[in-house]
Design a protein around this ligand. Structure first.
Ligand code: MN
Length: 229
């Protein structure tokens, strides 16, 4: 038994739909620009790039129903509705045709973003960490196991703010679908059980303000709601 000099930090985890067990989270990877219309709205050409990735610390996770205090150091907090993939079995250089066998489950998620800090980072050619990986920035709904939902290839993904629809797409419209994302990412790092992958957001991103309730819903996977305090 390892003796730690200070109390060991808690293990980040997310809920599992219909179970008392929790899914332990190791790392959080996120795909940038995975829907063509969103790439265009951010001023990029969706056809020219392979997928790229950034990360959030695992302890930035936020569960359904939580209140997120308006984060510091931003005037422009944005929602990003996304499909979240949970990795159950790891691997490196995973082939696309084997990729889905590594998936444990799926959830709706919200990649909260300090858009003004991200814009500054882009223009200064600096890292995105502080725009993407801040406290309480990784909203994740309860995971739905593959054993109950399979691997949804098409499903409506929506974001509403105070009941008004702001984003709507089908996950089938991803530029890089889940098997391709897993193949690319596992060529960059060895994927491990407990890793989450946020798979990118469609067009329609926008700001959240104090008192807003933001709900991400994916057909067949339920929803995740966050109130901004
Ligand atoms: Mn995102």
């Amino acid at each position: 038994m390892t003796r730690y000099a200070i109390p060991a930090p808690p293990q980040p985890s997310v809920a599992i739909l219909g179970s008392d067990a929790r899914f332990p989270v190791r790392r959080i990877f996120c795909v940038g620009r995975n829907y063509a219309e969103h790439a265009r709205e951010m001023g990029n050409d969706p056809d020219r790039e392979p997928p790229f990735f950034f990360t959030k610390p695992a302890d930035t996770l936020v569960e359904d129903g939580a209140m997120v205090p308006f984060p510091p150091a931003t005037q422009d907090l944005h929602y990003e509705a996304e499909l979240v993939v949970a990795i159950g079995t790891g691997g490196a250089d995973i082939a696309e045709d084997a990729a889905l066998s590594h998936v444990w489950g799926y959830a709706p998620g919200n990649d909260l973003t300090r858009r003004d800090l991200q814009a500054a980072a882009k223009s200064l050619r600096r890292p995105w960490d502080m725009s993407k990986g801040f406290d309480l920035s990784a909203v994740c709904g309860a995971l739905v196991p593959v054993t109950s939902v399979g691997h949804p290839a098409r499903a409506r993904l929506t974001c509403t703010v105070n009941g008004v629809e702001r984003q709507s797409t089908d996950i089938a419209d991803m530029i890089w679908p889940v098997p391709a994302i897993i193949a690319f990412l596992s060529g960059l790092v060895t994927l491990c059980p407990g890793d989450l992958i946020y798979t990118g957001t469609p067009a329609g991103v926008g700001a959240l303000t104090h008192g807003d309730t933001c709900t991400i819903m994916i057909e067949g996977l339920g929803s995740v709601s966050t109130r901004i305090g």
